[in-house]
Each structure stands twice: as C-alpha cells, then as structure tokens.
Design a protein around this ligand. Structure first.
Ligand SMILES: Nc1ncnc2c1ncn2[C@@H]1O[C@H](COP(=O)(O)OP(=O)(O)O)[C@@H](O)[C@H]1O
Ligand SMILES: [Mg+2]
Length: 224
C-alpha cells in the first residue's frame, strides 16, 4: 500500500550543522530566481557565511551531463525516466557538494530549483503524482530538505513577457504548451500549502527590490 502524503513527510529532515543553512529558490522561468539568488549571495557573504550556489539539474560533472541529456532531449521522455534522471543528478549533487559543504560551520547552500520543482514538474504537470515523487525521495540522501524555500510566484503571462525580454532560446521544458505551465504553477502552489512551514510564497510580480525586501525580513527571523 502507498504511504499517505502526511506519512511521507515524516521521512524528511533538514541538515543539522548549527548555524548552517540550506536554502532553495523555486518558481517558473522568469520568476526571478537568478536575480534573487545574487541578492541572497550578497546578504549571506556580508554576514560572514561561506556561500555555495548550485543549480539543478547539474552542479556536478556527472549532473551536468544529465542536464544536457534532459534539457536538450528531442524525444519526449517517459515522466518516470525524466524523474529518475533528475533524482540521479540530485543524489550525486548531495553526495559530492551539498552534504560536505554543510558540515562546515556558518555555511549556506543556495539551490536554484530542488525537490519542489520535481514535485511540480514531474509530480503535477507530468502527472506522476505527488505521492510517487515524495516516495522516491524518502531515502538518504534524497530526503534532505531545505530550511527555507522561497517560491517566487508569478502569473504565466509575466513569465512569457520576461523570457521574451531576456531573449533566451527555448529548451525541452520551455517549449511545452501553456496548459503544462498552468499545471506547473498549480503544483508549486500546492507544494507551498503542503510544506507551509518551509516554503515562503512571494508575489514576484513586484519589483526585484520589493521581492528582496520580503526575503530580507524572512532572513532576519531565520538567522536569529
Ligand atoms: N521582480 C522583477 N521584476 C521585473 N523583472 C524582473 C524581476 N526579477 C527578474 N526580472 C528580470 O526578468 C528576467 C528573468 O529573471 P531571472 O532572475 O533570470 O529569472 P529565473 O532565474 O527565475 O528564470 C531577467 O531579465 C530579470 O532581469
Ligand atoms: Mg535562472
């Protein structure tokens, strides 16, 4: 029998080195993740933290190969194949980079996408199911969850506007239809409710400065 979502949540833990933090940024393309990560890097460096920023999928030599395999794929992958590729990249990233770095005192790992992207993309938009994706993360090292996740919430139209301005080429996911993206946004919002103690939703249609201010206020509490 499958475990319920609330049972599955009990398998997760945050890193425990006192004074070190694991932070992730989530949201659709153009929501401002890269912009706010730069801000977070400055905030933490100014406070004397060692900072390591990583992106998913990728972040290790092996993971970057998987990133290419997924994002440059010209054939549609089975959702479970897609999910396992992401998880392989994540497990390696945790082993090689995240866990060793967080053993150091006063360190922070900032991740550009993590677990909630898999839940929203493969669990919701690709319809694998939230329980299935959570189940796949129940064992070490994949059961490591951030202390805090900033979900930058923007409407789909704004994502298109910002991507157009940025002028980037569409990858494997970006060429999906708008229905896929609507499910994706729904998925992120569901995850924000499910993990309300960890995920802070920010209205990211505000200016970058306004978004940073919300993050700063939260950090003041988090780092107390
Ligand atoms: N709050 C914001 N308001 C307006 N434009 C923004 C905001 N945040 C980011 N941008 C711009 O939108 C584009 C996408 O932002 P980016 O930080 O790269 O998003 P992501 O990493 O989530 O795809 C960039 O050109 C960036 O300068
Ligand atoms: Mg980015």
């Amino acid at each position: 029998m499958k475990n319920s979502i609330s049972e599955l949540k009990t398998f997760y833990r945050s890193p425990v080195t006192p004074g070190s933090y694991f932070i992730s940024l989530e949201g659709i393309e153009g929501s401002g993740k890269s912009t706010q990560i730069k801000h977070l890097e400055t905030m933490f460096s100014d406070r004397g933290y060692r900072v390591l920023t990583l992106r998913e999928p990728g972040g290790t030599e092996f993971g970057e190969k998987l990133r290419e395999a997924i994002l440059k794929s010209t054939t549609p992958l089975h959702p479970l194949a897609e999910c396992h590729l992401f998880l392989a990249s994540r497990a390696q990233l945790l082993k090689e980079k995240i866990l060793p770095f967080l053993l150091q005192p006063k360190s922070v790992v900032i991740l550009d996408r993590y677990l909630d992207s898999t839940l929203a993309y493969q669990g919701k938009a690709r319809k694998l199911g939230i329980e299935t994706v959570l189940e796949l993360h129940r064992h070490e090292p994949l059961n490591l969850i951030p202390h805090r996740t900033y979900f930058l919430d923007i409407p789909l139209e704004l994502s298109y506007d910002r991507q157009l301005k940025r002028g980037s080429v569409k990858d494997y996911f970006e060429s999906e239809k708008s229905e896929f993206y609507s499910h994706l946004i729904e998925g992120y919002r569901e995850m924000a409710k499910l993990f309300s103690d960890r995920i802070l939703t920010i209205d990211a249609s505000q200016t970058p400065e306004q978004v940073s201010k919300v993050i700063d206020q939260d950090l003041d509490n988090l780092l107390k």
